[in-house]
Design a protein around this ligand. Structure first.
Ligand SMILES: O=C(O)c1ccccc1NCC(=O)[C@H](O)[C@H](O)COP(=O)(O)O
Length: 275
């Protein structure tokens, strides 16, 4: 069993419990009165660049590192991310391995005006309705965890609900599947979900396979501005950063520094006007 399989097993068990407590019909009703979704595709530059976008993550712990940060006030952290110039806030809601929750999502939603990503291991439509009911604007669809049929139908439901999806890939085959599903936002996660090892070179190896007009996100492994510059120089429109922000004493300044590093890298490689 891989780490991903193990996480998904727990996700399914927790989901079954929530579904028993709140049947889908009730979640749908809640979703229908949630605030109108914010356009994360536009917030991430619409695949045209302009300025490197930072997706800043509220991440308490992880399978690879264990406890990362004691985040007593996720709303305050998200507000700091917003002040620093983040484009989107990512909230991990998986409980067992990441220490997240839908309460974190609620707190962040109420605290910021930015699009909010419900970052979870989506394996059932219920989670997409639930994300919308809790005010999320974006969901994560991990190609490795889904059949082509589920990927297509989950994307369709996400769009029907007015949200966007980040379609996450790790390999060439997964990028091809994401492109075939007509994903408009594709993430390349450089964390191997079998070994949990980070290999930043994976990003450059896959980003060039993603068609123009798609928002391309480099996910995981950002330690500092130099890593951001490398991703930006290899074609990232956005970076998704967790650990480096939650461990930093000044996350707002760090985001500002990352954005400047991305902008400089684009200027140096002549990419700032690319589509
Ligand atoms: O973070 C992990 O250890 C992890 C393990 C297994 C599946 C997913 C995992 N992380 C989810 C993420 O995608 C990251 O939280 C996100 O990309 C930020 O990564 P980082 O900046 O390296 O904290």
């Amino acid at each position: 069993m891989t780490v991903l399989d193990d996480i998904i097993e727990g996700v399914r068990e927790d989901l079954a419990e929530r579904r028993r407590a709140l049947p889908l019909e009730k979640v749908r009703t809640a979703a229908s009165s949630a605030p109108t979704p914010k356009d994360a595709f536009a917030a991430l530059g619409g695949g045209r660049g302009g300025d490197l976008a930072v997706i800043a993550e509220v991440k308490r712990s992880s399978p690879s590192k264990g406890a990362l940060a004691d985040i007593a006030d996720p709303a305050a952290l998200a507000a700091a991310y917003e002040r620093g110039g983040a484009a989107v806030i990512s909230v991990l809601t998986e409980e067992r391995r990441f220490g997240g929750s839908l309460s974190d999502l609620d707190a962040v939603r109420a605290a910021v005006a930015l699009p909010v990503l419900r970052k979870d291991f989506t394996v059932d439509e219920y989670q997409i309705w639930e994300a919308r009911a809790h005010g999320a604007d974006v969901v994560l669809l991990i190609v490795a965890a889904l059949s082509d049929a589920d990927l297509t139908s989950f994307l369709a439901l996400t769009h029907e609900l007015g949200m966007k999806a980040i379609v996450e890939t790790h390999t060439e085959e997964e990028v091809r599947r994401a492109v075939a599903a007509e994903a408009s936002i594709i993430g390349v996660n450089v964390r191997n979900l079998k070994t949990l090892d980070i290999d930043r070179d994976v990003f450059a190896g896959l980003a060039h396979l993603i068609p123009a007009g798609t928002v391309i996100i480099a996910e995981s492994g950002v330690r500092d501005a130099a890593d951001v510059a490398d991703y930006a120089g290899s074609g990232a429109h956005a970076v998704l950063v967790g650990e480096a922000l939650v461990r930093h004493s000044d996350p707002a300044a760090t985001i500002d520094e990352f954005r400047r590093a991305g902008r400089t890298a684009w200027q140096e490689s002549g990419m700032s006007a690319r589509s």
